[in-house]
Design a protein around this ligand. Sequence first.
Ligand code: TPP
Ligand code: MG
Length: 682
Amino acid sequence: MEAASPSTSVDRLSVDTIRTLSMDGVQKANSGHPGLPMGMAPAAYVLYAKVMNHNPKDPGWPDRDRFILSAGHGSMLLYSVLHLSGYDLPLDELKRFRQWGSLTPGHPERDRVHVTPGVEVTTGPLGQGFANGVGMAFAEKFLRQHFGKQVMDHYIYAIVSDGDLMEGIAAEAASLAGQYGLGRLVYLYDDNSISLDGPTSLSFDSEDVTKRFEAYGWHVEEVHDANDVVALQSAIEEGKRHETKPTLVRVKSIIGYPSPHKQGTSKAHGAPLGEDEVRATKEAMGWDPDAHFLVPDTVYADFAQAAERGAAAQAQWQERFEKWRGAHEELAQQWDLAWEGGSYGGRPLPGLKDALRSMDWALPPGKEKLATRSAGQKAMAAMAPFVPTLVGGAADLSESTKTEFPGGDDERFTKEHAGRNIFFGVREHGMGGAVNGLAAHGGIVRPYGSTFLQFADYMRGAIRLGSLTGLRTAWVYTHDSVALGEDGPTHQPVEHLAALRAIPGLTVIRPADANETAEAWRVMIEDLEGPAVMALSRQDLPILDIDFDGVGRGAYVVSPELDPSQPARVTLVGTGAEVHTAIEAQKLLAQAGVASRVVSMPSWELFAEQDDSYRDDVLPPTMPRVSVEAAITMGWERWVDRAVGIDRFGASAPGAEVLEKLGITGSHVAQVAKDLLGAIGS
Ligand SMILES: Cc1ncc(C[n+]2csc(CCOP(=O)(O)OP(=O)(O)O)c2C)c(N)n1
Ligand SMILES: [Mg+2]
């Protein structure tokens, strides 16, 4: 290895270039966070120029090392180093930091449309990136064992800040990483003793971070001066040597270094330094204070060497890959499908649709009903052969959510063995961030996380960020209404469906029976581009004769007029379990001489995407409509004239009784329909 000393002029010049680009970018935007990029410039430099296997010319190469700037407020650090490394991020984009339509948004963003090359995940909400990296380490470990070390064998690096480490999600994710021995994680902690409000003595200096992480099962390294490039590199290399332990490198840095008047204070955290201070800082570094966005040629040349190494590493990988492909035909087919479309892609093996549309529910004699969560379990067993890299798990509720592939210990993800079933423990938010990371890594087809619908709140930050990013995750939630019963209002969701439907880019699916549940899995795996929620019932439900294509269209007529000679006067719309309530109401209305039709509406979002003529067929605009859903009624005014729902918290009692007391009954729905018809004189 070439001797790299902090005083080699090239190292220092490159590091200082990162600093000046970051200062200039923030100053020009008159907005942003210069402190972290300046303090941690050497860390980013060491990673991008000396440590990481990455090819700026092919940011999607599957076996690249991943980098996450969990402290997303330091975005100019990432943009500077991506530009210098040779990613397709021109200097002009750095000059357009934080401007409309630029590739350099306020915090690093990743989505399908607006792509900043080299940005792996969207960060900004502190702690999320930390957990995303843990998910990527799950993915790497799984894929390494499944496909082989020749084709998957890389590390995940991150820069995390005080704020990241204060967040609960990071604690959950760190604990998970220790539990599962995710040794491919090397996180650099920007230990600068400053956060937004001031010194960490205000809120974060009595806990011993080193001891905490050691207690989680991490290896901890210390670097006493962030400017010591050699020490940084050797700490990282030492971390890499710990195969079964994640590593936290505590890097003592000075925020805003070397700004003469603002370094070491929270003044450098989140505001431009000011023109005068930028000049003074450049002068202190021996730079021309009149030069802006200056990149010395030697710095480009320095980074170009790293890019060459990266390209060579990818070429070697490609060679190994071709050899491997020749020797592993079946695995190669799986690989191709799993990686199709990169980390926004991933396809199942052929046959998934047939398997999920021809389920034999095999109910024991005398049993005619099946909870949709139990149907989900059977659907997962049926789809298991077609999704060899679909990894996920529950937050210590797999007994209830029933989201497990069959196979016992062989399918369990453990320290030693990477199966498809991860036991996330009671760490909902950590699970959410990790599942996002599994998706963002690529190669894992539609990873999922699972718990009670009620606890979606505990992971909402991750759900939102995954939706913003458009990650292909599945959030599988059971006990989706007050019908769960005795556990009472603490466990009974009422506002959750509305709260999830409120998130842009998230598709919420609430299947009405076993067949809709199997089809919902198919829709998520084969058809949907972004994240999806599946809300499942605890209680048993009758099995319907469904229109499979209707599920993917969001709504369809599940029970037309009972007497074809009597045209319907009202449409009853239900979701999930309450489709059966609507069917009950339809019968009661028929007895009263009122013809009606019932629509199952598993997904608002999918229905909203249909063309007008389909929507008008399902919900004829001139026909009065009544909905029933065991949840708050907010939003239903978009689809119906009257909404039967629960605009209060639930109650602790047997589920059927709670439904009855709160008006989720066929007779109540029938009455509301009759009242509506009376009110409009139809
Ligand atoms: C979840 C979340 N809460 C609050 C914020 C607002 N915020 C941005 S940075 C920051 C703390 C800054 O401290 P630190 O993480 O140590 O970064 P440094 O100031 O050292 O750059 C806060 C509170 C955020 N981005 N995310
Ligand atoms: Mg800090």
